[in-house]
Design a protein around this ligand. Structure first.
Ligand code: BGC
Length: 411
């Protein structure tokens, strides 16, 4: 039986700051200039080369693409909305539509306009209203071209790296984070963070404000553009355990803290939920795993458990990101194939999954880790800006074709 529904979306994702180049009016560019994170600069110059990149996506068989709008371009000063930049994104969306690629538009993917970050960002009491106003402007402007919007990308990653780990702006670090950190988001930068107990309280405030901001944005967007679909893109770490009940309890607490608290606050204001899956943590696990270039276990099957966790909210689920840093392209093809099988299984088991968008279409700026880590289906030469399709991208294309035609069968 072929399980992928008709109209399933296949493709890849990017985010403005990571690929566009020269997003200088942001907290990240400022941190780059201060030497706190790597400088971004021109990067892949996607801001000017999106046509070329979308041609590649088309050639690779994609029928959907997720991108983000750079808030600092649209609202460079508080309350001033730049029509020229809105027009730019209108052209970007039109370029996708022309190629029959469905756009999935994220309104905010980690970087903040300077005026906002310098006045407190999401620590500000009025941040939900500020964010909702920006989201409504974009929704109103792009509603005829875009069906799928998401308000924000991975609030928990934003909050924990910024206020618990201290590896991302605004570099605040909760003193005991060493005990609980499970991934490397930029260890060299954590050491310089402002350390103490206070960041924990600020983190809790920021997470509350982010949930309020999403909910307010949902309402403001729907008010001006009732026909659009508005969702939330959630990073899920799949915590699981061996047989040991104590380990099972640890996994349940971890899933609750990382995924459920935030989703409980926001799911009612979601037409759909986007899942970003990268890694798992199995308590009491003795197995050894191959590692990605990020040092994450290669465990694409964890997407099944992540989808199952989100399915409790009974909203359509879209895989909005899932990928592997693999500069040599040794593991990517196998990773994608195993992951698609796991998504297929989820669908067969009754979970309403509607897309698989690989992270990322092209190599990009991996935040505090710079451009060393290569997630792209397409390699980018940062000197010449030449794009080179990696072999795994062609494997993904083949899988898309097979699954779309229903050739792949389940036993
Ligand atoms: C983020 C991306 C990031 C990717 C790989 C996701 O958490 O949305 O911006 O590049 O993971 O780390």
């Amino acid at each position: 039986m072929h399980t992928f529904p008709n109209g399933f979306y296949w493709g890849a994702a990017t985010a403005s700051y990571q690929v566009e180049g020269w997003n200088e009016n942001t907290d990240w560019a400022k941190a780059g200039k201060q030497g706190r994170v790597p400088l971004a600069g021109r990067l892949a110059d996607h801001y000017h080369r999106y046509e070329e990149d979308f041609d590649i996506a088309k050639k690779l068989g994609h029928n959907a693409h997720r991108l983000s709008i750079e808030w600092s371009r649209i609202e460079p000063r508080e309350g001033y909305f730049d029509e020229v930049e809105i027009e730019h994104y209108r052209k970007v969306i039109a370029a996708l539509r022309k190629r029959k690629i469905e756009p999935f538009v994220t309104l905010w993917h980690f970087t903040l306009p300077l005026w906002f970050s310098e006045t407190g960002g999401f620590e500000r009491k009025d941040s939900p209203e500020i964010f909702a106003r920006y989201c409504a402007v974009v929704a109103k402007a792009l509603q005829t071209e875009v069906r799928f919007f998401s308000t924000m990308n991975e609030p928990n990653v934003f909050g924990s790296n910024g206020w618990l780990r201290g590896s991302w702006p605004p570099f605040k670090r909760f003193a005991v984070t060493d005990l609980i950190s499970i991934t490397n988001s930029g260890r060299t930068f954590e050491a310089r963070a402002e350390k103490g107990i206070k960041p924990l309280f600020l983190y809790l405030r920021v997470m509350k404000n982010l949930a309020k901001a999403h909910n307010a944005a949902y309402d403001s967007m729907k008010a001006v553009a009732p026909a659009i679909q508005v969702g939330m893109v959630k990073h899920v770490i799949y915590f699981h355990a061996n047989w040991n009940p104590f380990n099972k309890l640890k996994a349940a607490i971890a899933n609750y803290s990382w995924t459920s608290i935030y989703m409980n606050r926001t799911h009612k204001k979601c037409d759909y939920i986007g899942l970003n899956y990268y890694f798992h943590k199995k308590f009491g696990d003795r197995a050894t795993y191959l590692k990605t270039d990020m040092d994450w276990d290669i465990y694409p099957e964890g997407i099944y458990g992540s989808l199952a966790l989100l399915w409790k909210y009974k909203k359509p689920l879209y895989v909005t990101e899932a990928g592997i840093a693999d500069r040599e392209d040794k593991h990517r093809a196998d990773y994608i194939e195993r992951q698609i099988k796991a998504v297929e299984q989820a669908i067969a088991d009754g979970i309403d999954v509607r897309s698989h968008l690989y992270w990322s279409l092209i190599d990009n700026y991996e935040w505090a880790l710079g451009t060393e880590k290569c997630f792209g289906l397409v390699a980018v030469n940062y000197e010449t800006l030449e794009r080179t399709i990696r072999p795994s991208a062609l494997h993904y294309k083949k899988l898309i074709e097979q699954y779309s035609k229903g050739i792949e069968t389940k036993a």
